[in-house]
Design a protein around this ligand. Structure first.
Ligand code: H2U
Ligand code: ZN
Length: 343
């Protein structure tokens, strides 16, 4: 790696989004006078009679959560999208400046476990494997619907990331159109394949495995790396070793490896500040258009907000909001911290 990448302000290229991130490594020396203490953790019960996701309880909308024993999927009672929204599009005065169009879709909630007190970090690997299977099955089912063009699987973990409830759960939003982020990645991956004759992320993984310094965890089928262009301090990218476009196409071995990697990463995160580590994570798969998409590599992004302690987060404000994303600690030093936290 170039010497100056560890010491001098520079920008790094994100080939997956075709945009730059500003890195200011010299700023990690600046004095810190903010809060740094970790927070006391409340004891969480295995069953919470007031939790709408615990087995047998009534949900906020009046529906009943059944006595499930493994995973449980239901249509979001407050869905942001509806499958039967009327079709329309408008360009109010023909200038293209006031465009809108209908967006059909479905939102589902997935309970990962009946146990209120568990998380991906302390569920056992076979139970996480079951979550992987449900994701793959949901992706296949929703992709087959004619009104669906993309299936976005994600988890918000921790109140800091807006999770409404500690009960282990994730969401799926299936939309008619490909949302902005996967659409950006689609364009970048297609352009890379066209230019280089191979897919972007498999080539990137090869480069990272050779370099080694940003690799955080590996198993037979998956690798976790702090991307060279990471924006969030402890951001991770999970990549399969073998190219696969969608979750439903994952082999049995890749599902095993993913379950084990997810559990390991989530548990490792909790060791960084010796406190529950909030994040938003999600999978980017190829669009649900029935095409093969040789440019796509399925991957998971983990976007955790914490910077210095369990209470000090990175804010995306000021220059980040108005100019471009910026980070102080380098991806290489974040990777070293994470590597020592992973077992
Ligand atoms: P988050 O914790 O990531 O916000 O996900 C919880 C989702 O669960 C949220 O989208 C839904 C909310 O609409 N929900 C129900 O569908 N039923 C309920 O009884 C409460 C919450
Ligand atoms: Zn619960």
């Amino acid at each position: 790696m170039h010497d100056l990448l560890a010491t001098t302000p520079h920008r790094r290229w994100n080939p997956l989004r075709a945009e730059w991130v500003l890195v200011s490594p010299h700023r990690t020396q600046r004095p810190w006078q903010g809060q740094t203490e970790s927070i006391a953790q409340p004891v969480i019960a295995a069953y919470d009679p007031t939790c709408y996701l615990c087995p047998g309880n009534e949900r906020a909308g009046g529906a009943q959560t059944p006595q499930y024993t493994g995973t449980y999927v239901f249509d979001n009672d407050y869905a942001a999208l509806k499958p039967d929204a009327p079709e329309f599009s408008t360009d109010a005065d023909g200038t293209g400046l006031l465009r809108a169009q209908a967006e059909r879709g479905l939102c589902r909630v997935i309970c990962f476990s009946p146990r209120h007190d568990l998380t991906l970090a302390n569920m056992d690997v076979p139970a996480v494997r079951e979550v992987v299977n449900v994701w793959a099955q949901q992706e296949a089912e929703l992709s087959a619907l004619p009104e669906i063009g993309y299936v976005q699987i994600f988890e918000n973990r921790g109140a800091m990331m807006g999770a409404s409830n500690p009960h282990p759960h994730g969401q799926i939003w299936a939309t008619e159109h490909v949302p902005n982020d996967p659409a950006t990645e689609q364009r970048a991956q297609a352009a890379y394949l066209q230019q280089h004759g191979e897919a972007l992320l498999p080539a990137y993984l090869r480069t990272e495995l050779a370099a080694g310094e940003r690799i955080v965890a590996e198993n037979d089928t998956w690798v976790a790396v702090v991307p060279f262009w990471a924006v969030w301090p402890f951001e991770l990218l999970l990549l399969p070793r073998t190219q696969v476009a969608r979750m439903a196409a994952l082999s049995e071995a890749q599902r095993d490896g993913l379950a084990s990697m997810l559990q390991r990463v989530a548990a490792g995160y909790n060791r960084v500040f010796d406190a529950p580590f909030p994040y938003s994570m999600g999978f980017h798969a190829a669009p649900a258009d029935g095409e093969a998409h040789p440019e796509w590599q399925l991957h998971a992004h983990f976007y955790p907000p914490l910077l210095r302690s369990a209470t000090v987060r990175k804010f995306m404000v000021g220059f980040e909001l108005l100019g471009s994303p910026q980070r102080d600690i380098t991806p290489e030093s974040a990777a070293a911290t994470l590597r020592s936290a992973m077992k």
